[in-house]
Design a protein around this ligand. Structure first.
Ligand code: PLP
Length: 392
């Protein structure tokens, strides 16, 4: 028998949880909330949510499901209506041919990515990704015991992708994370760039984790899914979410496409974590994915209008702003006006203009000297922010 302790010791969490960070964006959100509570108006460009509400037809589908008592456990991989709708959408729009066996519903893109990294990385395995990057990815890699290896987006825009990736590949490289269109830079990889990544992945036997959260918010070129390229389906885990395309951030629903052996592992991870997405939510999601109205086209034109407005306003204020190819963020180089330290720049801009943004360094060292501004806001907020910028 263990001897009894004669002093009180506070229990500690598991050691591996020390590998997980907590988003700095939450710190900014709290700061904005505090300012608003004091009555200080804030022009909120720091967010990452669609400006529009969830479409009525999606809400109606969930209401109908509730009225029909669709409230019990569903198959943990997803209800058949949702999987059918996803299969058809993938064939039509992503050129990925799958059956239900390669699909699973997850509780949002974040959950899908969590499962994807858990399914692929052993301790010490390296994951290549382009930086600046969506912050949680580094945590997900760390929590799987993995090691991030960064490739600057700036290099990628100018250089030859294969030449850039090859020197970073070691015997421990296991995954390339591809996020296109990208948060926070708004970059979108061209078909040619994706083919170059695919060639390296095949030659080096790597897995690609494709994060296509912004697939429907791409302005000039059509979106290309890397899993649709020859010989890529078996080595790609693609994570989709309904959060951005259908303004469903709070619904927590997305889906993952993968072949075995990965899909079997992801099914176990889902079963042993959330045990499936909430049933009424899946009915709403099925209506969204099956929708063939012009919702997506209209949404894109709203974002395009906002993008052009902000790019113009920010440029007129003397910043170097390049129109992003996708997503709803402007990643502005503020070094000439506000200095290199992006936390200081964020604070200065907030104090002088009331505009809340996210410091670029939050998204990796390569983001230093930049601020992320979301243009997914009401037009009026953008106009007021642009006016405030002109007075800076
Ligand atoms: N991937 C990227 C690049 C994102 O920016 C986000 C959300 O901001 C997600 C995935 C996940 O979104 P969700 O978990 O809401 O589906």
């Amino acid at each position: 028998m263990l001897p009894l302790l004669n002093e009180t010791i506070t229990p500690l969490p598991a050691a591996r949880t020390g590998l997980l960070g907590f988003s700095d964006i939450v710190r900014i959100r709290n700061r904005v909330l505090a300012l608003r509570q004091q009555g200080t108006p804030v022009l909120q460009l720091e967010g990452g949510e669609p400006f529009a509400p969830t479409p009525e037809f999606v809400k109606d589908a969930m209401k109908r499901a509730l009225d029909a008592n669709q409230t019990r456990y569903a198959p943990s991989s997803g209800i058949p209506q949702l999987l059918d709708a996803i299969r058809d959408k993938l064939a039509e729009r992503n050129r990925i041919a799958v059956s239900h066996e390669q699909l699973i519903a997850v509780a949002g893109g974040m959950h899908g990515l969590f499962c994807a990294f858990q399914a692929t990385l052993d301790p010490g395995d390296e994951t290549i990704f382009f930086s600046p990057f969506w912050t949680p990815i580094r945590d997900l890699v760390h929590f799987s015991g993995g090691v991030p290896v960064f490739v600057p987006w700036s290099e990628l825009r100018e250089g030859n992708l294969a030449e850039m990736l090859e020197p970073r590949i070691t015997p421990r490289t296991r995954v390339i994370y591809v996020n296109s269109p990208a948060n926070p830079t708004g970059d979108a990889l061209t078909g040619e760039q994706l083919r170059a990544i695919a060639q390296v992945a095949i030659a080096r036997n790597l897995v690609v984790i494709a994060d296509e959260a912004y697939e429907d918010i791409i302005y000039d070129e059509p979106h290309v899914s890397i899993a649709s390229l020859p010989d890529m389906a078996s080595r790609t885990i693609t994570v989709f979410t309904l959060s951005k395309s259908y303004s469903m951030t709070g619904w927590r629903v997305g889906y993952v496409v993968a072949d075995n052996p990965f899909m079997d592992v992801i099914r176990k991870l889902v079963l042993n974590s959330v045990n499936g997405v909430s049933t009424p939510t899946q009915h709403g999601a099925a209506a969204a994915v099956a929708d063939r109205s012009d919702h997506l086209r209209q949404m894109l034109s709203e974002y395009r209008m906002r993008r052009d407005l902000l790019v113009d306003g920010v440029s007129r204020a003397g910043f170097d702003a390049v129109a992003p190819a996708g997503a709803f963020y402007l990643f502005v180089d503020v070094r000439s006006r506000l200095g290199n330290d992006s936390w200081a720049a964020m604070n200065q801009l907030l104090e002088l203009t009331g505009i809340a943004t996210v410091p670029g360094v939050v998204f990796g060292q390569e983001g230093e000297g930049h601020l992320r501004m979301s243009f997914s806001t009401p037009i009026e907020t953008l106009e007021r922010a642009i006016d405030a910028l002109q007075k800076l």
